[in-house]
Write a protein that binds this ligand. Structure first.
Ligand code: CA
Length: 477
């Protein structure tokens, strides 16, 4: 077949003669209808494809094609930090969490002092992180949507990589009081570990406030410094999968390779999460049959419906997801993007669904409902994960302070353009230099190395830490 016109890399060509109204098929699924005749060899551009409706939520098949359990994968381990609650960290960090944005600059200042004055004395502690955010006050804190950011911040404040035990810095008068942040019982009168709490309005002046934070930090650091990595099964990994800046190669290179690695994780007994509601919504008919039980399938539908209603409240239309970069990368619409996105989930049964802000507890493949926005999804996944895998086509330098982020490119051109940002090049699948299985295994082994601290990701190397961005679907006052 000859192309009829110049077609940019990663864009589509019609393989058959398409007439107006004919279905346009990719991944064996209808991604739209031809809006004009597209004879064989035509460039199938965004403006030539009409977008279909999203699949209805009322007539989906529930748990009708549950994949058989996969053969267990034994003998794979990593070196992690085992916590008293049984969770396993991939880093050893001092975490300073905050109840409200008002205290963030003070905590940032204290963190700079801790890093310079205290950290050099505690060689086994990797770093100190400020868990700062824009939430905490000026919000309708009892409105239903408020539960999402509060739960997200609570789980991050109890993260495995800070030993589940943060310092807490509060202002004093804010809506999200320390007890509300740290426990799920907002009526508890005091934070359970009052000595790990610094309340700015109780202190005399800035200098003494910072000194109080430093004293508390020093006490924490001496405890953290006793921690040592120990060998644990790969089953202790909780891996969050995400994509950002996707292109039309994402669904045939990096996402299937990540899906292969997801299957390896499931076989090893680990937890692997996929997320991003608007990027699975149009492929939901492929996911509900894969759910382990009808209850799990119904939970999945509940999350799709919740998000449909959330978007409808904001009058968002179906073109709201897909960015200019997605389109430049050859994705014509959200249907095509979704079909490529769900390849990250591999081929195992979906064992459970976590609602927005909920912490993932079960093993195996889990759908954790989040927005698709990279930094909001990452924040919400951080509540559960100790390792993050991020696929990208157009490229992003994204990273997180609290957990390593492994970035996988969809194309070799990106990996060559950004050799000091991309950790693994899945574009070799498109050029025939590697198979999906090859790259899947490479990623699996890289995950074990990064989780063990034996290898650093580029985002860790450069210290690239995106701000936390909890999803707040609730009202601001
Ligand atoms: Ca994303």
């Amino acid at each position: 077949m000859m192309a009829r016109e110049r077609v940019p890399q990663s864009h589509k060509v019609s393989l058959v003669d398409l007439r107006v109204g004919d279905p346009v098929i990719r991944y064996g699924q209808v991604i739209g209808t031809a809006l004009r005749d597209l004879p064989e060899g035509s460039w199938v551009r965004e403006d030539a494809v009409g977008m279909p409706e999203a699949p209805g939520l009322d007539e989906l098949e529930l748990a009708t094609q549950v994949p058989d359990p996969m053969e267990p994968l034994e003998g794979y381990t990593f070196e992690g930090y085992v916590n008293p609650d049984g969770s396993v960290g991939t880093k050893n960090l001092l975490g300073i969490t905050t109840t409200v944005q008002c205290v963030a600059p003070t905590v940032d200042y204290a963190v700079r002092r801790i890093r310079e004055e205290l950290l050099p004395r505690f060689a086994n502690v990797d770093d100190v992180v400020a868990i700062t955010h824009t939430y905490g006050c000026g919000v309708a804190i009892d409105a239903p949507g408020a539960a999402v950011p509060i739960a997200t911040l609570r789980h991050i404040s109890r993260h495995a990589n800070i030993a589940g035990s943060p310092l807490v810095v509060s202002l004093g008068c804010e809506k999200m009081q320390p007890a509300r942040l740290m426990t799920n019982d907002p009526l508890l009168p005091v934070f359970e570990a009052e000595r790990d709490l610094v309340r700015l309005q109780d202190e005399r002046g800035f200098g003494e406030t910072v000194a109080a934070i430093l004293r508390a930090a020093e006490r924490k650091l001496s405890i953290l410094n006793e921690r040592r990595r120990q060998t644990v099964p790969a089953a202790e990994l909780v891996v969050g999968l995400q994509c950002g800046g996707s292109d039309a190669f994402s669904g045939v290179t990096c996402n299937p390779a990540v899906g292969y690695a997801a299957d390896l994780l499931v076989r090893a007994g680990a937890t692997v999460m996929f997320s991003e509601v608007t990027e699975v919504r149009d492929a939901i008919h492929l996911l509900t049959p894969r759910c382990a039980t009808t209850e799990v399938a119904k939970d999945l539908i509940r999350e799709m419906r919740w998000y449909d209603e959330y978007l409808a409240r904001g009058y968002a239309d179906r073109s709201a997801n897909t960015t200019p970069g997605n389109k430049r990368g050859g994705l014509v619409n959200i249907v095509e993007k979704s079909l490529g996105s769900v390849a990250k989930s591999g081929s195992s049964a979906i064992m459970s669904v976590a609602a927005q802000g909920e912490k993932v507890k079960s093993k195996g493949l889990v759908f954790a409902a989040t927005p698709a926005s990279d930094f909001i999804c990452g924040t919400q996944q951080l509540a559960s994960m100790n390792l993050h895998v991020f696929t990208t086509g157009e490229g992003t330098p994204y990273g997180l302070a609290m957990t390593p982020v492994i970035k996988v490119s969809s194309r070799t051109t990106l990996a060559e353009k950004w050799p000091d940002l991309i950790d693994l090049d899945a574009g070799r699948i498109a050029t025939g230099k590697a198979t999906i299985e090859n790259v899947g295994w490479e990623l699996f082994r890289l995950m074990l190395d990064v989780a063990s601290g034996r290898k650093k990701t580029w985002a860790e190397h450069w210290g690239l830490h995106n701000a936390l961005a909890p999803f707040n679907p609730g009202p601001v006052t």
